[in-house]
Design a protein around this ligand. Structure first.
Ligand SMILES: [Zn+2]
Length: 82
């Protein structure tokens, strides 16, 4: 457990809301401060950000359901392998 500590867990909790721009100023400071110094969480953040962009595009362009399922699949293992 060298690269995944309590701060990372907290950051992951905040991540979804952070992407939704749904955090208090205090929480944003915590999340951004941590993302700034943590490679693991920064990668998670970028991945989630990309995923959301894909989902938004696919929602408007009606991406095939199979492709969406594939993206969702990618999400799980990636999180565990870091
Ligand atoms: Zn972290």
């Amino acid at each position: 457990m060298t690269d995944h500590d309590a701060d990372c867990e907290r950051c992951e909790e905040l991540l979804q809301s952070y992407l939704d721009r749904d955090l208090t100023v205090e929480e944003v400071v915590i999340a951004e401060g941590h993302l700034d110094g943590c490679d693991y969480c920064r990668r998670r953040y970028r991945f989630e950000e990309h995923l959301r962009r894909y989902i938004r595009i696919s929602a408007s362009e009606r991406m095939p359901a199979g492709l969406l399922a594939k993206l969702a699949e990618l999400r799980g293992p990636t999180a565990d392998n870091f």
